[in-house]
Every structure is written in structure tokens, then in C-alpha cells.
Design a protein around this ligand. Structure first.
Ligand SMILES: [Zn+2]
Length: 396
């Protein structure tokens, strides 16, 4: 099944476009933010709550679900949709990012913008071979092997709507030579994934290739052209996008400029408010990111304040006595309750589940409104203005 992607509007002043991507379990209105259901659940929320917030698709994690509870168990339960009772579209990542994060040490922290020397992982990569990756799983310490075909087989068992090919996620700190060799191997793995999927992939599942190439313009362009020339249905952009935002946007621009317009594009692991604005402007259709849900669990709320990276730490001592609402005028179900910042702080400080849940709802709603507003603006020909307003701190 080829991807059914209709572009409804193309912005005149940028690469931004609005469309509808139709997959086996329904439609995704693009541009779209895709909340993480890493271990088969958008943490703290029911599937209906995720749907009610306006999201069309969620992202499941191949690597984690393979280790626990096991993709064979999920297959016996009728696939990931039925297992988690989410009947909308699901995209699964390939597991490449997680496997290689264990090998490259700080790559995950680096790509996600976290400080190095984060929590150590008990799992680790034993060797990277042409055939695949040998690693030790973090759940049981058992030695395992993941080949491109293994990743596709797991995603077949999960029966996601969109599978991602297995790639090596090259970090920022490796050499250009390593990045070049690794990117070439990723292209050979792309061919193996597509060959496997052609013969064994579940009916209705489409496949995205992944562009690598690090921060090198020629490698990124070469990779984008190689992936675009393959039989993949859509294209994801992965790997290290640079040390700072300007470089990240440049890497995305190099890539989308040479991609064919008719294939949907996904930007992996990116979703800060300013990154969404820039990414959409460069022609990205879908995004996934841990940010809104992770921030919520750590007592942080998104607010329209660019100077503070659109966030407020609700656990701050200064809010102890605050009777202010979390965000003035916010139409989300969490803010509708009417809790003060002071009460939310008190709950968040005590790790009260309700607080983490409601901050997650608020953050996801904020991101959803931001993306929906930009989508509407593309369709009505006012993307420029809407993007400028969001970057200036106008509430979505
Ligand atoms: Zn709210």
C-alpha cells in the first residue's frame, strides 16, 4: 500500500504545507504533532483523552516494546492498536535510536539537548556489524541481535500503520568519516528493510526511510536523495541535527529542499515550540517529541513566554502563595478546573499523580493548539503572521 498523502495548501513564502495523510487506521491532519506512547501508553492519559485533545496519531517504541512485554505477546493480543485500545494511526520508530544510544553513550542526551553524563543505562551495544547490532537488553541482560529485518519483523508484530526503517543514529561527536560510512550503511539497511517488508510486511503498513548524514551538507543531501529514490512511502529525518538551533534548522532545510513534495516527511524527536514553527516552515509534516509529556511529569508547564523557552517551573518556591491560574485564558481541560498555580505547586511538590496528569494534559493541549493554528494559517494563507505571533509569545 502506497502512502495516500494529499497536500491541501502550500504556503507561498516558505516550504510550509498543510495536508491529509491517510493510513490504515485513519487520517492524520498535517502538520501534526505525534505524542509519544513509548511503552504503549501516552503516560497518564487514556486513549480517549489523547483523541479528545485533537491528536490523530501516537508513536510506539519498537525497542522498548520488543524487550517488554515483547512484540510476540502484543501480536498474540491482536497488535498494538488492540493491545492499548487506540484505534487511530500509530507510527513505530525502528529501535535504531535506542540501540545506538546505548553504544554511543551520550547520543540520546546530545540529540535531546540534555546535559551529558545522564543516568547510565544497564543495557549496552556489544558490536555494530554490517549485518546488524549485537547488544545486551536492559531488562534481563541477555545478549540480543537486531538486524534491519528484526526491526521490521517487530514492527510487523506490532502492526503499526507506519514503520520506520532501521538506521544507525549517528551522534554529533563522531567524525565526518564515521558519519559518511555509517550513512552509507544506513542506505544498505534501508534496502534490506524494504525488501523484507515487501515479502513479509503486514497488509496496510507503510514504511518511512530515514535520512542521516549528521551536520554535513553534502552527506545530508546525498542521503535525502538516496532515501527519496527508494521505494519508501514517506521520509523521516533522523540523527544529530547539530549543536544549536540555527544549525538544526539548516540541516532540516538542506534535507527538505531536495525531497520530493509528494512524500510525507517526519522530523524525529523534535518538538519545542520554536522548533515546530521552524520545522513547519521548512516543510515538515509530522513531529514527535517527549517534551510536553516529560515536562508535565517534572512539574513544568508550557506557557506563551518565548524568553523562558515557553515554560514555567510550577514547583518554584515563588509560586507557593500564587492564586494565579496556570495560564490565563487557556481553554484546555486541565485549566478548566480552575486550580491556582499555588495549589498545583503544592500537588506537584508532593508528586501527586493528579498534578502530573493535568500538567501533561495542559502541555499536550498547548502543543496541539500551536500546530493546529499553524495548519489553519497555512490553509488561509497567513502562515507568516501566525508563525511570527507564536514566536513573539501570542498564546496559541
Ligand atoms: Zn491549560
Amino acid at each position: 500500500m502506497a502512502a495516500d498523502f494529499r497536500i491541501l495548501a502550500q504556503d507561498a513564502g516558505s516550504q510550509a504545507r498543510a495536508g491529509v495523510l491517510t493510513v490504515a487506521h485513519g487520517e492524520i491532519r498535517t502538520p501534526a504533532f505525534v505524542p509519544l506512547a513509548t511503552k504503549g501508553s501516552v503516560r497518564g492519559l487514556t486513549p480517549q483523552e489523547v483523541r479528545d485533545l485533537g491528536f490523530d496519531m501516537v508513536l510506539g517504541n519498537t525497542f522498548h516494546l520488543h524487550l517488554d512485554p515483547g512484540d510476540d505477546l502484543i501480536a498474540r493480543q491482536g497488535g498494538l492498536h488492540r493491545f492499548m485500545r487506540w484505534d487511530g494511526p500509530i507510527i513505530t520508530d525502528s529501535g535504531g535510536f535506542q540501540v545506538f544510544s546505548m553504544g554511543h553513550g551520550t547520543v540520546a542526551d546530545e540529540i535531546k539537548g540534555r546535559a551529558p553524563n545522564g543516568p547510565s543505562r544497564s543495557g549496552r551495544v556489544l558490536s555494530i556489524e554490517e549485518d546488524g547490532v549485537r547488544y545486551r537488553g536492559y531488562t534481563d541482560g541477555r545478549e540480543r541481535f537486531m538486524a534491519p529485518e528484526t526491526s521490521m519483523e517487530i514492527q510487523g508484530n506490532l502492526a503499526s500503520d507506519i514503520a520506520l526503517v532501521f538506521d544507525e543514529c549517528t551522534p554529533f561527536h563522531v567524525s565526518r568519516e564515521y558519519t559518511a560510512r555509517s550513512t552509507e550503511r544506513t542506505h544498505r539497511w534501508l534496502d534490506r528493510c524494504l525488501t523484507w517488508h515487501d515479502e513479509h510486511g503486514p497488509e496496510g503498513q507503510i514504511v518511512y526511510g530515514i535520512v542521516q548524514g549528521g551536520v554535513y551538507e553534502d552527506l545530508r543531501i546525498e542521503s535525502a536523495q538516496a532515501v527519496a529514490a527508494s521505494a519508501c512511502d514517506g521520509i523521516a529525518i533522523g540523527g544529530s541535527l547539530g549543536a544549536e538551533k540555527a544549525q538544526m534548522y539548516e540541516v532540516v532545510r538542506w534535507t527538505t529542499e531536495v525531497l520530493p513534495a509528494h512524500k510525507p516527511r517526519h522530523l524525529l524527536g523534535i518538538g519545542e515550540i520554536d522548533d515546530l514553527v521552524a520545522g513547519i516552515g521548512h516543510g515538515i509534516d509530522t513531529f514527535d517529541c517527549a517534551m510536553p509529556t516529560r515536562l508535565g511529569r517534572h512539574g513544568m508547564a508550557l506557557i506563551p513566554d518565548p524568553d523562558r523557552r515557553w515554560r514555567v517551573d510550577i514547583t518554584a518556591g515563588a509560586l507557593k502563595d500564587s492564586d494565579e491560574p496556570l495560564m490565563e485564558g487557556c481553554p484546555c481541560p486541565a485549566c478548566a478546573i480552575g486550580w491556582s498555580r499555588g495549589y498545583l505547586r503544592y500537588m506537584a511538590k508532593n508528586r501527586e499523580l493528579t498534578a502530573m496528569r493535568m500538567l501533561t494534559v495542559h502541555n499536550l493541549a498547548f502543543v496541539q493548539r500551536t500546530v493546529a493554528r499553524l495548519r489553519d494559517a497555512i490553509i488561509s494563507g497567513t502562515f507568516d503572521r501566525a508563525a511570527a505571533e507564536i514566536l513573539a509569545g501570542v498564546a496559541p
